[in-house]
Each structure stands twice: as structure tokens, then as C-alpha cells.
Design a protein around this ligand. Structure first.
Ligand SMILES: C[S@@+](CC[C@H](N)C(=O)[O-])C[C@H]1O[C@@H](n2cnc3c(N)ncnc32)[C@H](O)[C@@H]1O
Length: 261
């Protein structure tokens, strides 16, 4: 009997060690290759002000207009509420904004709701008719390519018909064909959340670096090491972080580059 108990406990211990090692191995493989930073590093507006000894709270600069979409609405490709608040707050101090990938227009709407009255927002996206002209490159992840098709389903957006629509220009075009030279050093804020395949995210990133203004900010969505559909985004950001100062923001899938001159 004792021998059986010893045998079972040895087997259980071996199993536990294997489970822990597998977890560590997974953690090591999916480790973020770029530095994770607190939100305060992105912009001073995110530095909380002291209310009491043990209480710090948001400054007026980051109190934003917001709305949420219930999950039963089945909208695809959205940011988290925390990410949406970060983008809304940055929009308050941005006059020229560019978004790769409109989808439902949730983020575009938040940008319009929170940016200054004179702000201009351009959002570039695909509608179902445009899908005839898209092609998968050899380097592109299959699932990310499939997602481009699944997410290119909207022709109207959450902001359509609202008074804020006047700030927004939606361009239906494959971003690979978009001519960025019209907008050199023009945008204060660029959000890269279009096609998540390597060829598209690489091209969007190269264009964003040309279009970003002095002191402007480029944000990428979906830097999630280990997530299959984000594989190409992670690969590309890891590659460019060898040349550019790119940080990931703690507790988000956002990465950013600040064009500090
Ligand atoms: C993840 S969704 C964008 C979500 C949106 N930014 C938001 O926060 O709600 C991806 C969008 O990128 C667009 N897209 C994918 N590949 C594209 C390409 N090559 N050119 C332009 N738009 C593209 C899709 O049509 C889809 O609207």
C-alpha cells in the first residue's frame, strides 16, 4: 500500500513539474521583446494628480466622451475600453489624425468626439467590394489574411449620420495603394489597426513614419506575443524596434513611437 502511495505521489510531482516547466517555456517563448512602460511615459496628460495621501486621480485632460458596445452587438475588431480611453485622451490634443482600418468606426467615432472642433480625421479601410483586389503575400500569416476578409464588412459606420461625421473622411482603398506622400509630416496621431498581415502592417508602418508630424505619436494595436492572429504585427514591431524607440504600454496591446525631435 505504502509503495502505491509513494508511486502515485512521485507521478503527481513529475506531472506538476512538467506543467510548471511548460508554462515557463510558453512564457519565455512569448516574452515581449520591447520594453513595457507605464502610461505616464506616453504623455504628461496621463500623470495622475494627488487627491489625498492614498488617492491619485485623473486630470481634466483625460476626462473624455465615451460609449460602449454590448458584446451581443457582435462588432468585430474593437479595442478594449482602457485602450479606447487612451486613444480618446490623445485625440483631445491632436488636430490631425490618421487611422489605418476603420472597421465599425468605433475608434474613429471616439477620435471625432474628443478631438478639437477644428480637427481632421482620415480613416482608411476596405469594404467588401475592395476584397477582389487583395492578395496574400508568401510571408503573410493565413489567419490574419482571413481576418482582413472577415473584418471588411462595413460600408457605414457607428458615426454615420452623427454631427461629428463632418470631421471624418473615410477612404475605401487598399492601404498598399495609398499614396502617403500627400501627407508628409502631417499627422499628430496615427493609429495602425488595419490589415494584420506582415505585408500590410509593414507597409502601413513605413507610411506612418513618413506621415507623422514633429512630436506626433504612432500607435499600433494588437501587439500580443503568442496570439496567432497578431503574429505578423508582433514580428514587424520587434523588427522595427531595433531601429526605432518603440514601447508597449502596460496592460494594453498598444505600442507607441513618439516622434521626438
Ligand atoms: C481590426 S479592424 C479595425 C478596427 C478599428 N480600428 C477599431 O478600433 O474599431 C481592421 C480594419 O482594417 C481594414 N483593412 C484590412 N486590410 C486593409 C488594407 N490592406 N487596406 C485598408 N484597410 C484594410 C479592414 O477592412 C478593417 O476595417
Amino acid at each position: 500500500m505504502i509503495k502505491i502511495i509513494i508511486f502515485i505521489s512521485i507521478v503527481i510531482n513529475i506531472l506538476l513539474i512538467l506543467i510548471i516547466k511548460k508554462k515557463n517555456l510558453k512564457g519565455l517563448l512569448n516574452k515581449k521583446k520591447i520594453q513595457s512602460v507605464d502610461l505616464e511615459k506616453l504623455n504628461d496628460i496621463f500623470i495622475n494628480s494627488k487627491i489625498d495621501e492614498n488617492l491619485y486621480g485623473p486630470k481634466e485632460d483625460v476626462i473624455v466622451k465615451n460609449f460602449c458596445i454590448p458584446t451581443n452587438n457582435k462588432i468585430v475588431g474593437m479595442t478594449s475600453n482602457y485602450e479606447a480611453w487612451i486613444i480618446s485622451s490623445l485625440s483631445k490634443v491632436s488636430n490631425t489624425i490618421f487611422e489605418f482600418g476603420t472597421c465599425s468606426g468605433k475608434t474613429t467615432y471616439l477620435m471625432a468626439l474628443n478631438s478639437p472642433e477644428s480637427a481632421k480625421i482620415i480613416s482608411l479601410t476596405l469594404k467588401p467590394e475592395n476584397l477582389r483586389n487583395i492578395e496574400k503575400n508568401n510571408l503573410d500569416n493565413k489567419i490574419s489574411f482571413r481576418n482582413i476578409i472577415n473584418e471588411s464588412i462595413y460600408k457605414n459606420f457607428l458615426f454615420t449620420g452623427s454631427e461629428h461625421e463632418k470631421k471624418i473622411d473615410v477612404i475605401f482603398q487598399n492601404s498598399l495603394d495609398f499614396d502617403e506622400n500627400r501627407y508628409k509630416n502631417f499627422f499628430d496621431l496615427i493609429f495602425i489597426d488595419g490589415g494584420h498581415t506582415y505585408s500590410v502592417v509593414k507597409s502601413d508602418t513605413q507610411k506612418a513614419f513618413k506621415m507623422i508630424n514633429k512630436n506626433g505619436i504612432i500607435l499600433w494595436h494588437d501587439y500580443v506575443p503568442g496570439k496567432t492572429s497578431a503574429k505578423d504585427v508582433v514580428k514587424l514591431i520587434n523588427e522595427i524596434s531595433l531601429e526605432k524607440k518603440i514601447y508597449s504600454i502596460k496592460d494594453t496591446s498598444l505600442c507607441y513611437f513618439k516622434n521626438e525631435i
